[in-house]
Every structure is written in C-alpha cells, then in structure tokens.
Design a protein around this ligand. Sequence first.
Ligand code: ADP
Ligand code: MG
Length: 385
Amino acid sequence: MTGFHSVYGSSPEGVWEAPGRVNLIGEHTDYNDGFVMPLALPQTCRVEAARRDDGVLRLHSADTSGGVTELRVDTLGPQSPGTAGDRGGWAAYPAGVAWALRAAGHQVGGADLHFESSVPTGAGLSSSAALEVATAVALDGLYGLGLPPHRIAELCRRAENEFAGVPCGVMDQMASACCTEGHALYLDTRDLTRRQVPLDLAAKGLRLLVVDTRVKHALGDGAYAERRAGCEAAAAELGVPSLRGVTPGELPSALGRLTDASLRPLVRHVVTENERVARTIRLLDAGETHAVGPVLTEGHASLRDDFRVSCPELDLVVEASNTAGALGARMTGGGFGGSAIVLVREDAAESVAKAVAEAFAEAGHRAPSVFEAVPGPGARRVTDA
Ligand code: ADP
Ligand code: MG
C-alpha cells in the first residue's frame, strides 16, 4: 500500500519527483539578472497524484503533522479569503502552483496529492522548489499540459513569490525542473538561456561534499529582502535595469558613482560573483575542475565580507575544510545557516569531513550532516501506478 492509498483510500494515477539542489557558484545573483550554476541533488520530493473531477485540491505531506488541506481550485488566489489562512503554511507552495498554472490559462482541475520528501527543509537545499516543481510536473502530467521544464520553473517561482510570499529568484525552480544527470546547469537568469555543463567529479578523482550545518538564523529572511532592496537601489542609482548591467571592467567607476557607501560592497559582490561563474565555466570547459576550488573559497569571502550573509557555522565549515586540505569551499544558498559545499580530492574526503565535525564539536555547535553531491536528474515522472 502506498502513502497515497493510506491517506486517500484509492490508488494514485502516477508518481512524480523533483530534486533539491546545491549551487556550485553564483550566489545572490539570480535576482540581479546574473549567472548561476546549480546541480540537482539525489534527494527529491516525491508526489503521488490523481485527478478529481469535482474541482477540489487535497494536499497531504508525510513530512508534516497537519493532516489533509482541502481547497477549491477555482477559488485559489493570493488574496482570496478562502486560501489566505494557508499562506505561510506548507500548503501555500503546492496550492500556489495550482493557482499559477490556472492564472496562466492552463486547464488544471482538482487533484489529490500526497508528498514525501528526502530534501532536508530549511537547509538551503531548496526543499520548497522541489515541492513546487513536483506539484507542477504532477499537475502537468495529470492534465496533459505538456509544459516545457523552464515554463514549469517560471510558474513555480511565481507561486513562491506571489502566493507563498517569498521573494526568491528563479534559480531554485530552474535547477529542480531543468537539471540533468551528470551536469551542472549554467543559467543566465536574465533570459533563462542555459547550458548543461558536464560535471563528472569522480572521473577527476574529486568529490563535492555538502555540509548541512543544521542551523538557520532568524535574521535570514529580513536580511534577504534587505540585500535585494539594496541591489535594486544600487542598480537604480547606476542607471542600469539590474546589477547584471555592470561589467567587471566598469566596477571601479560604478563604485565611485554610488553615493550611499553601504551599497558598494553589495555591488562588488554581485559583479565579482558573476565573473566567478564565468571563470568556473572556463575552468570546467578546460577540464581543470580542481582549480574551481579556490574560486569557491573566494566566493565565500565575498559573501562573508561584502554581502554579509554568512554566519559563524558556515565560516567554520570553510575554514576547517580548507585547513584540512580541501581544494575550496563556500556557503551555498541564501546564507545565515543552511549548507556549505566543499570540493575535495577523493582521498582527502573522509579526513576533511572529520575535521569539520571536530571543529564543530570544539566550537560547541550541533554536529553537522555531511553527504556527497552527485549531479542527479531534474523533475520527472517516476512510474505509472
Ligand atoms: P529550503 O527551500 O531551503 O528548504 P524554505 O524555507 O524555502 O527552505 O522552504 C522550506 C519550507 O517548504 C518548509 O518550511 C515547508 O513549508 C515547505 N516544505 C518543503 N518540503 C516539504 C514537504 N515535504 N512537506 C511539507 N512542506 C514542505
Ligand atoms: Mg526555498
């Protein structure tokens, strides 16, 4: 018997899953029209789903204790009183996806959905995008919409921004929807042009470790909105549509023109981070994967010192890893907790992970969770039920 069957008493029509992600490089660039390079994780949000012909949307997650949320698809809306109570709760993510699909004119009716996810939540690994994209591919499959993955991603981002009220960029949803196995996704968030970049770390004798610090500092959400607003204010003063419009060569003069000194480090991070993505692509194309390590560490310093979104736990992962012989490391995701990535030679992986665990114990932090990231596939239908 499936989880779906025990909740709804019938069989699902199909099963879909969508992965979480880590971002190799390109942080806090996606809401500045910049470049990012995420890869899909093996951890996924899995959804069993079946259509309903009465316009009712029922949502259940094995990962929450709240029971079944029941809504009507034709009354869904970011402002509608019937659904407002669900905003802020987990059901706002999948309900928002049904709303965004319908708002874009797609014929989506009722459905029963049962979710079960292996993506850690709130760890900077995009459990929210996995949940949204799983919902979208399931509804797309059930109702035969045939939407391309990038369109799924755009609608899921709209759901998260406008329905769930989270002002995220488009990277997470694009990663979950569009990544392919064995590749990182090189994405230009200005026009969604993208390239699948082969990332066979094992063939190079390398490993990419994800260290989930298992902390999330409360100031994170407000700080994200504040950084975002700072970037927009800087772009406005510089007379460009977004900070993507400032090239590395123009950086010194751009910094000189900003009257508000507090905006300068934000601009410096975004412009240099876009350049680091370009450098990473060049290194990967040249087969010099090991040389990406120092670029990661440089990116971390920029996030810590200029963008100021790191925290002691993330800094400690980077410092302890590099001291123990990693090729490089950086925080990944929004910051203020969550996860860091560490690029390491295969033979040093164990000792580096041990060094991080010891450093955490010594500092009195909770033990981190460490796993290996091997680039997995994007959202997909798993099986016919
Ligand atoms: P991240 O995306 O980095 O994991 P977010 O704060 O953006 O962190 O999203 C986490 C939220 O997404 C959770 O608090 C919950 O509301 C929702 N969520 C994610 N996965 C699930 C799940 N399997 N079941 C229920 N809610 C989930
Ligand atoms: Mg999220």
